[in-house]
Design a protein around this ligand. Structure first.
Ligand code: KIV
Length: 272
């Protein structure tokens, strides 16, 4: 039976492996709260990422660096309460895993225990090998993240495409193979050339999920608020907007203001 036709009641890390083997693309979106996560899950998404992009879209910070582990736990708990089918993956935020492997494990355990997440995501390759191993040895599923890793934005200096040069591309490929060897169940590749992403997806057996990494990978992820058009300033080439939710919301709210001011709302059917 082709896994493309298989319907999953509940997505697990194994389901994602099966999807890659069957050539079925994996769909992934972010969510940060109960109501949005409920809608995303009802639409049959495979993976919901409680991304540290919450720092940008939920809190208005310029980078992902300020969000804390406690704040991630708040978002993750709300998402987990809403989700019936999707695999819920939660980002380890900046500062919660870089100091030492023990701290990385402690942070991961809090995410799994207090929020009820199904897996964690962590940025980086060989530099975080020991932390990755420690977390995996505790039985916690880990998704890797290579390419543009926003927690290192002050090291990169810009949000431009990564790994265009041969040396960086070669390191990324080696990091991807290392993450597979360590036991990561999947890998996100952000903003790298499509040809390199294809090469990585072919070189590893774990699912490779791209964002700005072309179509020859095993799945795609976008930030929910970007693809719904709730954020308006951010327009990279890889972003497809499926709605203009910001405009639709503003129009609806303007209409509400008008109705209140004109005493049109509430009418006799809308009162007790
Ligand atoms: O935090 C996030 O939203 C992410 C995605 C861009 C993959 O890491």
């Amino acid at each position: 039976m082709s896994a493309a036709k298989k319907s999953y009641k509940r997505i697990t890390t194994n389901s994602l492996t099966e999807m890659k083997q069957a050539g079925e693309k994996i769909s992934m979106l972010t969510a940060y709260d109960y109501s949005m996560a409920k809608a995303v899950d009802a639409a049959n998404i495979d993976v919901i990422l409680v991304g540290d992009s919450a720092s940008n879209v939920m809190s208005g910070h310029e980078t992902t660096l300020p969000i804390t582990l406690d704040q991630m736990l708040y978002h993750a708990s709300a998402v987990v309460r809403a989700v019936k089918r999707a695999l819920v993956v939660v980002d380890l935020p900046f500062g919660s895993y870089q100091s030492d492997p023990k701290e990385a494990l402690r942070s991961s355990i809090r995410i799994m225990k207090e929020a009820g997440a199904h897996a964690i995501k962590i940025e980086g390759g060989v530099e975080i090998k020991d932390s990755m191993t420690r977390i995996l040895n505790a039985g916690i599923p880990v998704m890797g993240h290579l390419g543009l890793t926003p927690q290192s934005i002050y090291k990169f200096g810009t949000y431009t495409v990564r790994a265009k040069e041969d040396a960086e591309a070669a390191k990324l490929l080696e990091d991807a193979k290392l993450l597979e060897r360590l036991g990561c169940f999947a890998l996100v590749l952000e903003k790298i050339p499509a040809g390199l992403a294809e090469q990585v997806a072919k070189a590893v057996t774990i699912p490779v999920i791209g964002i700005g990494a072309g179509n020859e990978v095993d799945g795609q992820v976008l930030v929910l608020h970007d693809m719904l058009g709730l954020t308006t300033e951010f327009s990279p080439r890889f972003l497809r907007r499926y709605m203009n939710l910001y405009d639709q919301m503003t129009n609806a709210i303007q209409q509400y203001v008008k109705d209140v001011k004109s005493s049109d709302f509430p009418n006799t059917d809308e009162q007790y």
